[in-house]
Ligand binder design. Structure first.
Ligand code: NAG
Ligand code: NAG
Length: 399
């Protein structure tokens, strides 16, 4: 995640790059964006810790979530976004900070289900470049990248007055990580962002966009997620983030992803050379001493596919039929035994219930009917060959 630029960005930069004091009063973004770090090259990830010491810390993000090494924690309740849909028709600000596309969020959007109340600050995306070994997401699950990742950043508004004050504190931030993969269909909710990227192609450009329901960008299942303590994934890499990475992935179409990957520049409008804004994701960091908790266990039922559900339904049906057969068998046996017991008090006990059943399957009534039918058949066939008719009509030959 990236909490640079934007309304509170000046505070970070003060400590980092003193030249960024070109903040214009009334404007919500830094006029001169911090370009003192990049994802690759001479100012790339491996060099971050030289200028931003916390980037070399032991609780950095993102991480690879190894699901077999996660620890189930029953206390991790479903998250409850509050006011995500109540944007009050005030437009959102979308801007290109040279590292990603950021949308500022109103702080009446809050997040429940955490130890404190957190208020929204902004959201932004990380993506790849569509290459064959394409990554894109920051977090990975069992070593697997998704195509992109959305981060919704919140600050602890119970303990701190604003995001700038919170972001360097250990319990300052809570970020939602949403893994994005390619699906068959376009995701209309993501068009609320993607359709406007053409208006902020160059770094430092910004545009007002119609507000929309931010929850529509989240997965449906907010109950199943991974939780760990980590950091901002961009300089200054403060280790202040309570991370929530959802288990359910969100889908966008290939065309939507392609637009995201190819439309923005990290260079400014006036720069002599245009630089595509691609592969803006950080490599996964060592977990070190940390534990990743899971709000669910791998075997819990919600994960069933429709195929599995069908198999289970069929299984249950077969089970019921089997049970019915057994019950019928028992009832018949009991009935027969009772009957037999009444008719003949002293019968040899060597006959097993199977013998009893096979030898006596037709009930008295049925046997009557069958013999009647047989007689009719016999009468019909008398005109034909008698030997054949005798064979067929013999009731004993029917087992
Ligand atoms: C955030 O809060 C701190 C402490 O109250 C204050 O000094 C600072 O000006 C605030 N920053 C912004 C951007 O409002
Ligand atoms: C994060 O750190 C805090 C403070 O050290 C600790 O109480 C909490 O259990 C940690 N949470 C996770 C998910 O590791």
């Amino acid at each position: 995640m990236c909490v640079c630029g934007g309304g509170q960005g000046g505070v970070i930069m003060d400590s980092v790059a003193p030249f960024v004091l070109l903040l214009l009063p009334g404007l919500h973004w830094t006029a001169a964006e911090d370009t003192s770090w990049t994802y690759t090259g001479m100012l790339g990830q491996s060099e971050w810790s030289e200028h931003f010491p916390e980037c070399g810390g032991s609780s950095q993000s993102p991480v690879d979530v190894v699901t077999t090494q996660t620890k189930y924690d029953a206390r991790l309740a479903p998250l409850t976004p509050l006011g995500y849909g109540q944007h009050g028709n005030r437009p959102f600000t979308l801007y290109n900070n040279g590292h990603t596309a950021v949308i500022e969020l109103p702080d009446w959007m809050t997040l429940g289900g955490l130890p404190w109340l957190y208020s929204a600050v902004q959201m932004h995306l990380h993506w790849g470049s569509g290459g064959p070994s394409s990554g894109g997401s920051e977090h990975t699950i069992n070593g697997q990248s998704a195509e992109a990742e959305l981060h919704v950043v919140h600050y602890n508004s119970e303990l701190y007055p604003n995001a700038s004050a919170a972001m360097a504190q250990r319990d300052g931030l809570a970020v939602l990580g949403i893994l994005i993969v390619i699906g068959e269909e376009a995701n209309p909710h993501f068009d609320n962002i993607i359709n406007f990227l053409s208006r902020i192609r160059h770094a430092n450009q910004k545009v007002l966009i119609p507000a929309f329901d931010v929850q529509s960008l989240l997965p449906k299942d907010l109950g199943r997620y991974y939780r760990y303590n980590g950091s901002l994934t961009t300089p200054p890499c403060y280790q202040s983030v309570m991370w929530t990475v959802f288990h359910e992935r969100v889908q966008i179409s290939k065309a939507q992803l392609l637009k995201m990957e190819t439309i923005l520049y990290s260079s400014r409008a006036g720069d002599p050379e245009r630089m595509l804004l691609q592969d803006n994701y950080r490599a996964t960091q060592p977990l070190n001493h940390r534990v990743v908790f899971a709000s669910f266990t791998a075997g819990s039922g919600k994960e069933l596919s429709s195929g599995e559900v069908t198999a289970i339904v069929i299984g249950i049906m077969c089970g019921c039929v089997g049970l019915a057969v057994i019950v019928r068998f028992i009832v018949k046996t009991v009935r027969f035994c009772a009957l037999r017991h009444r008719e003949t008090a002293a019968v040899n006990s060597s006959t097993s219930s199977w013998d009893v059943l096979t030898n006596n399957r037709p009930a008295p009534m049925q046997r009557m009917k069958e013999t009647d039918k047989a007689k009719e058949k016999q009468q019909e066939m008398v005109l034909n060959s008698t030997s054949q008719a005798e064979k067929r009509s013999s009731p004993q030959s029917e087992p």
